[in-house]
Design a protein around this ligand. Structure first.
Ligand code: PLP
Length: 442
């Protein structure tokens, strides 16, 4: 097989002619085709890796995670802005990821007691933690206050009352505003429109203005700023300007902090062309400067764009079923339990065979999972290079909201998370065992 790939790639002078891996927009930075024609991520041969660790497996290039964290910080530094970059940890809530981003000087956004627990366990300075949630429980509010989180983001009038009842010392808060802006992305991941379960609206009887008045009068809550997150997987930049302008309408002297959320989209397929991190930060910085002036502290909360393209999922092909004249199903040993996004949002992915990553894709297939649902399809109408039972199939760009949304449907054990750097692989989350499946039984 290696010879076959070499002859396909080789040229007269031995220079590699076809390498669809290097420079791919969807694979982790530094991915390459090795001498065996295998996909390499973080310097590790993916085929070798799964020989040792099994499939499915989430494989991340550590350098990619670090490079994107640095790109965010550098984008602020280049503009002379001391902005705070918060890792939106819902995208990839693995302790090792929190630790890595803490090392890179990022802060963190948590949206539940569980995420707060992991952030603290990973060693995040509580002052660098921002606590979200549209329905925080009493326990979560108390946990955040006791930990001493930097900011709590208020989401409803009920929550304001709950905080006042529970807290005995003032806590710094931001008010989450839904500025009535709907960017072009999937409905399930737009969050800034008026018809939203999140935050306070600007047009619904001025609930944001009333919330501000209410919190300014509170002894337990110290209002320091505003927050808006208008959605996720967004490729346009203009909606951010509009959201910042809407926040500006509400601000007063008390507004020292503006958190303008996350949302930058990533490439799931070659057809996707998201703006660069630098352009995205540039638009937000310009907007905040223009509307709020130079003295306000600026926070952003990227999730997907920090981790999405850093990870791939590797599966083993178990069956190839050709239905003449209809389609060929390639079934893998995972599916909607490790990647829910295609079922939730109809998300599109690319796919390739790691064993012969440079071979010409020649077979039209549908990649299905192993779950008891016909909708358990990971990639519809993909071209693969002669897929066969036993091959290692990879879906790139599964670094965000993959591990995060993994589940045990059909009694499937959740995959390990493996970090690769410089050819060294380390398991940072082990594969679940069958005993884990019964561990909570009482
Ligand atoms: C409040 C908040 N901030 C940040 C994010 C991260 O968004 P993204 O992953 O699109 O950057 C989300 C995602 O839903 C969010 O709800």
């Amino acid at each position: 097989m290696a010879e076959q790939v070499k002859s396909r790639m080789g040229s007269k002078d031995g220079v590699v002619a076809r390498d669809p891996i290097a420079g791919s927009a969807v694979l982790p930075i530094g991915s390459r085709l090795n001498e065996l024609g295998h996909l390499e991520v973080g310097g590790c041969d993916v085929v070798d890796l799964v020989e040792g660790h099994g499939t499915p497996a989430y494989i991340y290039a550590e350098d990619d995670l670090r490079a994107r964290a640095r790109a965010y910080r550098e984008a602020f530094a280049r503009r002379g802005v001391d902005g705070e970059v918060l890792f939106a940890s819902k995208a990839f809530p693995a302790t090792a990821a929190y630790r890595l981003f803490a090392e890179e000087g990022l802060s963190v956004d948590v949206a539940s007691g569980g995420e707060l627990h992991i952030a603290l366990a990973a060693g995040f300075d509580p002052a660098r933690i921002c606590m979200h949630g549209n329905n925080k429980s009493d326990e979560e509010i108390l946990m955040a206050a006791r930990a001493g989180v930097g900011h709590l983001v208020l989401d409803s009038f009920d929550e304001i009352e709950r905080c006042e009842r529970l807290l005995d010392a003032p806590i710094k808060v931001l008010i989450r505003v839904t500025p009535g802006i709907k960017p072009s992305t999937h409905d399930y991941i737009t969050t800034g429109q008026l018809d939203s379960k999140f935050g306070f609206g600007t047009g619904d009887g001025e609930s944001a203005a009333r919330a501000i008045e209410r919190v300014l009068a509170s002894d337990e809550l110290e209002l320091v700023g505003l927050h808006a997150h208008i959605g996720s997987q967004i490729f346009e930049l203009e909606p951010y300007r509009l959201a910042i302008a809407a926040l500006g309408e509400l601000a007063g002297d008390w507004c020292k902090v503006v958190d303008v959320g996350g949302g930058l989209g990533v490439a799931y397929t070659a057809a996707d062309a998201p703006p660069s991190i630098d352009d995205y930060v540039g638009v937000k910085v310009d907007g905040v400067r223009e509307v709020f002036g130079p003295d306000v502290r600026m926070l952003i909360e990227p999730g997907r764009s920090l981790v999405g393209n850093a990870g791939v999922t590797a599966y083993r092909i178990g069956t190839v079923k050709e239905i003449p004249g209809i389609r060929t199903y390639v079934a893998v040993d995972g599916g909607m339990s490790d990647n829910l996004r295609p079922m939730l949002y109809g998300s599109k992915y690319e796919t390739l065979i790691a064993d012969r990553a440079a071979a010409e894709p020649d077979t039209l297939v549908t990649v299905a999972g192993m779950h008891c649902e016909s909708g358990d399809v990971l990639v519809r109408d993909a071209m693969l290079a002669a897929p066969a039972v036993g091959d290692v199939l990879v879906t790139p760009a599964t670094g965000a909201y993959g591990h995060a949304m993994a589940n045990n449907y059909n009694g499937v054990t959740r995959p390990p998370v493996i970090f690769c750097a410089g050819g060294e692989a380390r398991v940072v989350v082990r594969r679940e065992t069958f005993d884990d499946l019964t561990a909570r039984d009482v």
